[in-house]
Design a protein around this ligand. Sequence first.
Ligand code: UDP
Length: 468
Amino acid sequence: MDQKPHIALLPSPGMGHLIPLVEFAKLLLLHHDFHITCIIPTTGSPSKAMKEVLQALPTSIDHVFLPPVNLEDLKGAKPGLQIRLTMTRSLPSLRDVLTSLVATTRLVALVVDPFGIDALDVAKELNVSPYIFFPTNAMVLSLVLNLPKLDETVSCEYRDLPEPVKLPGCIPIHGRDLIDPIQDRTSEWYKLYLRGTKQMRLAEGIVINTFMELDGNAITALEEEAKNLSLYTIGPIIQSGSSNQVEGSDCLRWLNNQPSGSVLFVCFGSGATLSYDQMNELALGLELSKQKFLWVVRSPNNELANAAYLADQTLDNNPLAFLPKGFIERTKEQGLVVPSWAPQAQVLSHNSTGGFLSHCGWNSTLESIMQGKPIIAWPLFAEQRMNAVLLTEVLKVALRPKANEKGLVDQEEIAKVIKGLMVGEEGKKVHNNMKNLKIAAEKALSPNGSSTKALADLASQWTNQPDF
Ligand code: UDP
């Protein structure tokens, strides 16, 4: 039997969940000579972007694809529910892989993404320590851990509550800004989600991709309340290097020719989409702002903002066709549009990039913080509205455009906020705050920093486990 301590990681489908977990795996190797296996549930063939990330991993990190599960009966269901059920339906094959790892290696821990919460039972059954990798911030974790209590005490929909919800150590937040799965309490998705939040307490520890300087109040309040749950605040963990160097080189070349800090990067994560009308307003707003931009354009979707979340983005074959007539020609000196995907980490680190119009996915948020780039917050789904509240109201590193009575952010508002960020006085303030937050993040990750210490604690917890 291989005596090296072995860790199994279980990400859920979607690049936004895979990327931080594999980066976490790489960081763990800096602390100890672990052997790591990423066990990946699938619904079909893995996307090109996913394969590239996995193939670039060091040899101590293996990956295994679980056989695809059938989601035929879930056509039209919310992507979150599809992800959750992909994980649940993968449990039998996960059990097989874990059983074989237990027989051949010293498997000390299974770390699961919250969508894979049911896998904690399998870990317990096989005598492997169950952990959760929580890929977003402490305010969201606080909501998740407090949801069973909220469910008992609140009788209406959370969005109809007259007062904001008060989570320990967090800014009061309106019910309509809480995460998507709890916005309809009559739905099956809500019931399943609520059950998952109760299961969170089965974990021996929760690893959180945030840092004390950003989220300290919420973390301390959680530690007070959840005394038997160890919290490891180890972030910001962000992607290192691009999965798409060659295809992304056009936009990097274009950036090379732009003045320092002049370009607004516009990107809505790995799969979010705008409605057709909203995409049109955004295009016209960018044009009206007269600021330089680099926009990752995705085909619009009028039904759901996260409809493309589970899709392979390289298959979105002609998103530029949806842009307003003549837009590309008119803005050819002002901006660059790229279809579907750009090497975001490199774009954000580029000297010409001065701001980021983002859907506030947590990975995008952390990547922006690490590069000190202020944000225009444009949340669309999942926990992104909570992230936007944190960024604009607590950290004050972002500006947020307002939607009109039809729910659209119109071109004038977009242009105003873009100018505000790129050349206005309020932009200077958020820029400054973001620079300070970047410094705080670097401190957390420095050799004596809070996140480095938390990761070292976790690694020693795993290496010192007795043999069984
Ligand atoms: N990403 C990228 N290029 C793109 C879009 C996204 O490299 O064109 C990466 C981005 O850098 C981040 C991840 O995909 O690491 C998106 O994660 P996030 O949590 O921000 O949003 P999600 O995709 O989960 O909505």
